[in-house]
Design a binder for this molecule. Structure first.
Ligand code: ATP
Ligand code: MG
Length: 717
């Protein structure tokens, strides 16, 4: 029995390097593992839990392990179970929010919440704040619900009121805060910040409850510690007090949530908060090749005020990161989709490939080209473009314009953006419509006092009715991309999001602009098609759910990529203004740089970085300063890669002809010259005689499909 147990310890510790092993067996007291990306921090946490359990230092329910996402929690749990060969059902592994919601379910009644409390998301919160602004005289100074939420959240997560950011007269954050709190309390509801702040209150007001958890959690382990906020660290500082065993792992170079209230200070002052802390450093990176690490290092070296770290890897050599310089965002997406296709054809699995972008709006064009190439994809941690709320809002306007009978769309747009038309008014209107056997829009026209509605409500509805009429009129005389633009301004949608001024609202406004670009694009490509075709295409794009199973390429924002790893990574949009993202006067360039570092260090074997000369809207076009921070010799270019590949494929096809190319004048891999585009490489050929086309890749121009009969291509020997 004893030997068997011993054998297992050995097994666990064998899979660690000496520095990791040190960190794992140092179970007692506070410790911080401060180390670079891919050095095994998450692995150390996982192994440490297994080790503690194996050693019999604690029962599984006496351990608290905190992860950054629910998905990471699931993975950690199953890894630990894999290492131990047994179930750890009772162990608390989860995000801060999940763990403390659980505490509140049990003891929230001490704060006056019963255990069925609701958790309000942003939409619920907005509803409440809007009502408050309308009804509370003391909130006359406040005009913007999103900003109100920001103020409330800052008070909660930083545990102090923010300065007057809106420059409001009679600014009174405390009044706003208490009015909001009262409303939530009356609904037996908590918001996300409450899930952290209320347990703190609970513990502070009821030391005997704090004592229960303090004695219970013999060991506390926290991943991604660099992104904890003040409330989270306060909770940890309270819970560790009895047994004083806490292990935090993190990397100050990967702190990317400053904008959401995370405090890099937590990691920098760890030893002050947890006296006696030992600091462990890990230096071997197991994830990426040397070529990728060098590029990552070159970038992050430009940040000041960081802990210097050494990171090395045994995976020497490897392909250099590949730079894709595209003319515009369409070409960027096209090159990426083609390259993914090539990788898949040469044996890569789709789920080994990920594409990252800085802003959600960038996914639209990528999605389109992946669809066109028939490459199944999934959007990680987000919605597909056409499923996003603001896009659905806009789509609903367009749908209503072409189909006045569309009651679902009517209901959606009459309420949004808010124009003071409430549910009761709409219900009355619907009654009138069905009594008179009319479309709702016709009923709006016919409304009078007999409807039982107040004159103010009637006026608002009529105002809305004439908006839709105006849009319908416009549609008859203008192209549909212009209609999209006109709808955005006339409906007030764009203005609504622009006025909110929050990060989230900016992102929504950007998505709306991206939608406009999509319409223009579609119109240029298919001049003979109309709005109905376009809407149908949008509906189909969002209906690819059958792909949710099986091997998928992952698309996600750089923020969602944290902690993950993929053999092949594409990072897109490396343009100044977009990445680093610059939205206000004081962009946090160092945080943006850390975000780029996070992206680069997700890649195991192949990394592609792309930028474009022109992006719709023309906003971003100079290459990102981050690109310039990577020495040229560390990068390859897609053109060089393509040339090497085509040389290789030419050798292959000498003996082994691919029938598809037989009838063509050119073979895949041939180098040809074009009078305007210069030298290019043949990707594929199609058709015969008059219809013969050839798809070529030109340096600086990207992929072009040309008719051979017109293109005057010359073979270059
Ligand atoms: P990040 O900073 O990105 O969160 P990390 O420091 O948490 O990275 P891990 O994800 O734990 O790093 O490890 C990176 C990869 O290296 C994983 O695939 C992990 O399994 C592997 N790895 C870590 N340590 C070892 C080891 N000693 N032997 C073999 N593989 C290892
Ligand atoms: Mg990790």
């Amino acid at each position: 029995m004893l030997t068997c147990k011993l054998f297992n310890y050995m097994n666990i510790l064998d899979n660690l390097n000496p520095a990791q092993r040190e960190a794992v067996i140092n179970t007692d007291g506070p410790s911080l593992v401060l180390a670079g990306a891919g050095s095994g921090k998450t692995r150390v946490l996982t192994y440490k839990v297994a080790y503690i359990l194996k050693e019999g230092l604690a029962k599984s329910w006496e351990i608290l392990a905190v992860t950054f996402t629910n998905k990471a929690a699931g993975e950690m749990r199953s890894r630990i179970e894999g290492l131990l060969g047994e179930d750890i059902g009772k162990m608390w592994v989860g995000t801060f929010h999940a763990i403390f919601a659980r505490v509140l379910r049990q003891y929230g009644h001490h704060l006056g919440y019963n255990q069925n409390f609701a958790i309000y998301d942003r939409e619920d919160q907005l509803k409440i704040v809007k009502e408050l602004i309308k009804n509370e005289p003391g909130l006359g100074w406040l005009d913007n619900p999103q900003r109100a939420l920001w103020i409330i959240s800052s008070i909660k997560s930083k545990l102090r009121p923010p300065e007057n950011i809106g420059g409001y007269q009679n600014y009174d954050p405390e009044f706003l805060f208490s009015a909001y709190e009262k409303r939530l309390k009356n609904s037996n509801a908590l918001d996300f910040d409450d899930l952290l702040v209320k347990p703190l209150n609970l513990f502070q007001q009821n030391p005997e409850i704090a004592a229960i958890y303090q004695s219970r959690f013999r060991y506390i382990l926290v991943d991604e510690f660099q992104d904890t906020n003040i409330a989270q660290n306060e909770l940890l500082k309270l819970l560790w007090l009895k047994h004083r065993n806490i292990t935090a792992v993190g990397d100050d170079d990967q702190a990317i949530y400053g904008w959401r209230g995370a405090e890099l200070k937590n990691i920098l002052q760890f030893a002050r908060d947890y006296p006696g802390a030992k600091i462990f450093r890990l230096e071997q990176n197991y994830r990426s090749t040397d070529s990728i690490l060098k590029a990552a290092q070159a970038v992050i070296d430009n940040n000041r005020g960081r802990h210097s770290k050494t990171l090395w890897t045994e995976k020497v050599g490897g392909n250099k990161p590949v730079l894709i310089s595209a003319d515009d965002d369409r070409e960027e997406a096209a090159v990426i989709a083609k390259e993914i296709l090539r990788l898949v054809e040469t044996g890569r699995k789709r789920d080994q490939i990920a594409v990252f972008y800085r802003t959600n709006a960038q996914s639209r064009i990528l999605e389109m080209f992946l669809l066109e190439e028939g490459i199944p994809y999934t959007i990680v941690g987000g919605l597909k473009f056409y499923q996003r709320k603001e896009i659905k809002d806009l789509l609903a306007y367009l749908k209503l314009i072409i189909n006045p009978n569309d009651n679902v769309s009517f209901d959606r747009v009459v309420k949004f953006p808010p124009r003071g038309i409430g549910a009761a008014t709409i219900a009355k209107l619907n009654e009138t419509a069905s009594a008179k056997n009319m479309q709702v829009l016709e009923a709006v026209d016919a409304l009078d006092e007999s409807s039982g509605l107040r004159q103010a409500a009637i006026n608002r509805l009529k105002g809305f009715g004439s908006l839709i009429k105006r849009l319908t009129e416009y549609e008859r005389q203008n192209s549909f991309p212009n209609l999209v633009k006109y709808t955005l301004t006339q409906s007030g949608l764009m203005e609504h999001f622009m006025a909110e001024g929050t990060e989230e609202a900016f992102s929504r406004a950007e998505n709306l602009r991206e939608f406009t670009a999509a319409a223009v694009d579609y119109y240029k490509r298919y001049p003979e098609r109309n709005l109905i075709d376009f809407l149908q295409e949008a509906a189909l794009v969002s209906d690819t759910d059958e792909w949710e199973e099986g091997e998928l390429v992952s698309l996600m924002t750089l923020h969602s990529a944290k902690g993950l790893e993929f053999p092949v990574v594409f990072i897109t949009g490396l343009e100044d203004g977009l990445f680093p993202l610059i939205r206000n006067d004081q962009p946090d360039i160092e945080e943006e740089r850390r975000l780029f570092y996070v992206g680069v260090t997700r890649a195991e074997e192949l990394l592609y970085i792309s930028h474009t000369g022109f992006r719709r809207g023309g906003m971003y076009n100079t290459p990102s300063r981050f690109l310039k921070e990577i020495p040229k010799e560390l990068l390859d270019t897609i053109e060089r890669l393509q040339q090497r590949l085509s040389r290789a494929s030419r050798k292959e096809t000498k003996h082994d002809k691919i029938p598809a190319f037989d009838s063509a004048k050119f073979k895949r891999g041939d180098m040809v010259n074009h009078s305007k585009f210069g030298d290019g490489i043949v990707e594929s050929c199609e058709g015969k005689g008059e219809n013969e086309t050839v798809t070529l890749f030109f340096r600086g121009y990207g992929m072009k499909k040309l008719l051979v009969k017109f293109a005057k291509l010359k073979l270059v020997k």
